[in-house]
Design a protein around this ligand. Structure first.
Ligand code: NAP
Length: 496
């Protein structure tokens, strides 16, 4: 099968604007989908005039998620006119009764489409075969995804469709991103890009630049970050930049997932090679991996949580936690840790990793949390002691913020009042913004400060090495993270 093409969908209120966007899209796209239903007064000849790229003409009715409110006769005439005018494809909804149009074309240049905005229908495979039997040149199935594992029936459909050419399989919504980026793996003739965010489309620039769409083959290794809300994670930018720099045939995606079982089902079906694990799955996946006889290393077991998974070719699952070493790396470059009085603020997942890292390195660690029972629990499990809230003046050499206070958008917050900042070093795990209120006030009080970006990069570099067996290219992940954080800040108008 040839490589999947990139189709950019364009919508506009006027034909003139649609044509302008069509020509803009054609600079990067192999195909442009002209959504005539978005135009106030659809004009086939005008939309097709002077085009330089192949097009799909679509006139989606309201009953299939589009905006065309006219009669079905009118709609059929628009599609027939598009065929007569030489459009490479027209998109005909399976539920429309345009059999005569399909028959007249003997299926040629017809995309027969089915969109299910509720979810994945139980009879997806039967629908696929029924649609294929009409003789349509291309069958397009688009289903709403609510979890990662909703992509699995599409993969199964792809396996059945192997003997047929001409299929496009799409998972709509953020959980379906893999179906768009990995069109090659799903056997799709093309993928759609554009601005229809509500159905999960991403821009052509993002597909091409962030996810290297042109280089993705069925054999491309898949990695990702699994968490509940990962669409703004910096990890895809860092890991994709590193894969690109070393020319590895791999891609890294945000993998939003409601729970551990959903993620495991998806990972097994698609042949995932590895994942970063983030909130709230670090503990749940730690437990699940032990239950499925995964190999959880000693660092992760001490912390009681994982942040990295690797799946070997024989299907064996392995897990570790690179937060501890990622945390220590920038610290070791600056000071000797043994004997240091360290106060860890917070008692969540990061605090556990930091407390384990510091106690292992010989520091004397005290945990401080607004809920003292949590401080006691984490202290007991990590070899630290629990202290008062907030930490007292003169009681620490190193203070580590493991709460989200100060993180965008809570820029004005800080976990520790300025007058309590009496020690030598303040390490803030928050990396967005790069300089938090805590860091500013600590520097003003004469402390040396360390920002969370250094840990973020160091733990990601460790993940890269654990997955690939080679060192991460120097500086690449840091640059990618800084670029993405600066872009987010520019969009939302704050200083990184
Ligand atoms: P978590 O498991 O949710 O824990 C957050 C901790 O902060 C909890 O102990 C929570 O206390 C406490 N907290 C929240 N709001 C507070 C407040 N207003 N006052 C006092 N304490 C408060 O989160 P996490 O995974 O540990 O992450 C914590 C922070 O570290 C996040 O900002 C995360 O982005 C950052 N982090 C950075 C890196 C890096 O590489 N730089 C790595 C991991 C984490 P309660 O339990 O009482 O709510």
């Amino acid at each position: 099968m040839s490589e999947p093409r990139l189709c950019v969908t364009v919508t506009a209120p006027t034909t003139l604007e649609l044509r302008r966007l069509r020509d803009e899209a054609a600079k990067v796209a192999d195909l442009v989908e002209l959504r005539l239903d978005s135009v106030r007064d659809p004009d086939v000849a005008g939309a097709l005039a002077d085009r330089r790229s192949p097009v799909i003409v679509t006139c989606r009715p309201e009953w299939e998620g589009g905006r065309f409110g006219g009669s079905e006769e009118e709609r059929k005439r628009i599609l027939a006119d598009a065929l007569a005018a030489g459009a490479e494809y027209v998109d005909v909804e399976w539920r429309s009764a345009f059999d005569d149009l399909i028959a007249r074309q003997s299926g040629r240049r017809i995309i027969l489409s089915m969109h299910d905005f509720d979810g994945v229908p139980a009879d997806l495979a039967a629908r696929f075969h029924a649609m294929k039997s009409t003789g349509a040149e291309v069958v397009k199935l688009a289903v709403q995804t609510h979890r990662l594992s909703d992509c699995v029936p599409l993969l199964e459909c792809c396996a059945r469709a192997r003997e047929h050419n001409g299929v496009v399989l799409l998972g709509m919504g953020e959980h379906g991103l893999a179906t768009r980026v990995l069109a090659a793996r799903f056997g799709s003739l093309w993928t759609y890009a554009g601005t229809l965010r509500d159905i999960g489309q991403i821009s052509a620039a993002s597909l091409l630049d962030d996810f290297s769409f042109r280089h993705i083959r069925p054999s491309t290794e898949l990695y990702g970050v699994v968490g509940r809300s990962v669409s703004h994670s910096v990890s895809p930018a860092m890991h994709n930049a590193a894969f690109r720099a070393v020319k590895r045939n791999a891609v890294y995606l945000p993998l939003p997932s409601p729970d551990a079982d959903d993620f495991i089902t998806f990972a097994r079906a698609i042949g995932l090679k590895g994942a970063s694990v983030t909130i709230p799955h670090k503990v749940a996946l730690f437990d699940r991996l032990q239950a499925i006889d995964g190999n959880v290393d000693v660092t992760a077991r001490r912390i009681g949580a994982i942040n990295t998974i690797r799946i070997d070719d024989d299907g064996k699952w392995n897990a570790t936690n690179t937060d501890a070493i990622g945390f220590l790396t920038p610290l070791r470059e600056r000071l000797a840790i043994a004997g240091l009085r360290a106060s860890v603020v917070g008692a969540g997942g990061a605090a556990r990793a930091v407390a384990v890292a510091l106690t292992s390195a010989g520091a004397s660690v005290t945990l401080h949390a607004r809920d003292s029972s949590k401080a006691h629990e984490v202290a007991r499990e990590t070899g630290a002691r629990a202290g008062s809230w907030p930490p007292a003046r003169e009681s620490w050499d190193l203070l580590v913020n493991c709460t989200p206070l100060g993180m965008h958008p809570r820029l004005d917050e800080t976990p520790i009042a300025a007058e309590l900042l009496t020690g030598r070093y303040v390490y803030d795990l928050v990396y967005n913004p790069a300089v938090t209120r805590l860091a500013r006030e600590a520097a003003a009080a004469g402390c040396e400060t360390i920002g969370g970006l250094e840990m973020l990069v160091a733990q990601a570099e460790q993940q890269f090495k654990w997955w690939t067996g080679t060192d991460a290219p120097v500086g690449v992940m840091r640059e990618a993270a800084m670029k993405q954080l600066a872009e987010s800040a520019r969009h939302e108008n704050y200083v990184v």
